[in-house]
Design a protein around this ligand. Structure first.
Ligand code: ATP
Ligand code: MG
Ligand code: FE
Length: 336
């Protein structure tokens, strides 16, 4: 089964050809990061325009690199939510037009299901059920992946997403957008124990997350130092912040895996490429006899290969989108 997958939910225009769900024949990504860096974040209107400009050539390259043609495809998969509505619409309209013209089935894919599915690409042995921590620019969810496309949410963030916290703290110390990778790099030179930042406590669900308090603590630390005319050790600050985030992410995930009796843990989303998170999760899993799965960085941030993998499992389970498939900017995990 060959799937042509299209992803345009945020600031990456991407297309991929995926064979039988787990074999990536091509994975083309055109990133707009340089453009949005000028504004310190993603500008939705610019993102939509850029997607329109790039999408045809990205799809053409993906088909060309796969050595196949549109005729060879069994279905077209496309991200229809969540994300920026104007950005999503470009991919959805393109996928519908191609599917209609070539008389191919159309499959709508949930972007976050795509992030989770990135784990299947490089781990042929990984199959549901397993525990998965989803940490991206807009989401922080701890879920049980019951089956392909079937999620039980154990915990979620009450405020900022993990990636959002990284981006905001990066901005506060003058690192540009996107901040996550820059914080990761700078923190390598710092001492993670230098500053004791609070570990977020939330009432109620013990698997929920909260990062706004930590973000405020970091900003207060900076303001206080500025007021006192003290110099800030930026690497120490970032390493300590990152340590606080990773601590909570790892402990929630491993606690849940133990409580629910899972011996397999995966991570997904842009923040899953964070080196401290990978290291912390690996150590905690090893200590508890849990096998830890994580995608290569290229499959952590937005890409179409992961969308093709998710589309494959939706497709073989009989999912077909109608010609009225629309972009759903606030699509929830587990909804269709
Ligand atoms: P969503 O998937 O929730 O709709 P998104 O698609 O914008 O949001 P992703 O592309 O999955 O998010 O991830 C981007 C986020 O990952 C950004 O917030 C970025 O700062 C963060 N990120 C990327 N690399 C790292 C890293 N090495 N360390 C920490 N954060 C990182
Ligand atoms: Mg992006
Ligand atoms: Fe994403």
């Amino acid at each position: 089964v060959y799937i042509l997958a299209i992803e345009s939910s945020c600031d990456e225009t991407a297309a991929a050809v995926v064979k039988n769900g787990r074999e990536i024949l091509s994975n083309v990504i055109s990133s707009q990061i340089d453009l949005h860096t000028l504004y310190g974040g993603v500008v939705p209107e610019i993102a939509s325009r850029k997607h329109i400009e790039k999408i045809n050539q990205v799809i053409e390259s993906a088909l060309l690199e796969s050595g196949l043609t549109l005729e060879n495809m069994d279905a077209i998969g496309v991200t229809y939510g969540p994300g920026l509505v104007g950005a999503l619409l470009v991919g959805v309209a393109e996928a519908k037009a191609m599917a209609y013209a070539a008389n191919k089935p159309l499959v709508g894919v949930h972007h976050i299901e795509g992030h989770v599915s990135a784990n299947f690409i490089e781990h042929p042995d990984l199959e549901p059920p397993f525990m998965c921590l989803i940490v991206s620019g807009g989401h922080t969810h701890l879920v049980i992946v019951r089956d392909y496309g079937e999620f039980e949410i154990l915990g979620r963030t009450r405020d900022d997403a993990a990636g959002e916290a990284f981006d905001k703290v990066a901005r506060a110390v003058g690192l540009g957008y996107p901040g996550g990778p820059k914080v990761d790099k700078a923190a390598k030179e710092g001492n993670p124990q230098a500053i004791k930042f609070p570990r977020a406590k939330v009432d109620g669900n013990r698997y929920d997350f909260s990062f706004s308090g930590l973000k405020s603590a970091v900003l207060n630390h900076i303001n206080h130092a500025n007021m006192m005319g003290e110099e800030i050790n930026v690497p120490d600050l970032l390493a300590s912040f990152q340590n606080a985030v990773v601590d909570v992410l790892v402990s929630h995930t491993v606690d849940a895996a133990k409580e629910y009796g899972f011996k397999k843990v995966a991570i997904a989303g842009g923040v899953a490429s964070n080196s401290a998170l990978r290291k912390g999760m690996k150590e905690a899993c090893e200590k508890n006899g849990i096998t830890f799965y994580y995608p290569s960085p290229i499959y952590c941030t937005d890409n179409a290969a992961m969308i093709g993998t998710a589309a494959y499992y939706e497709f073989i389970n009989g999912a077909r989108a109608d010609w009225d498939l629309n972009a759903v900017p606030n699509l929830k995990l587990g909804e269709r």
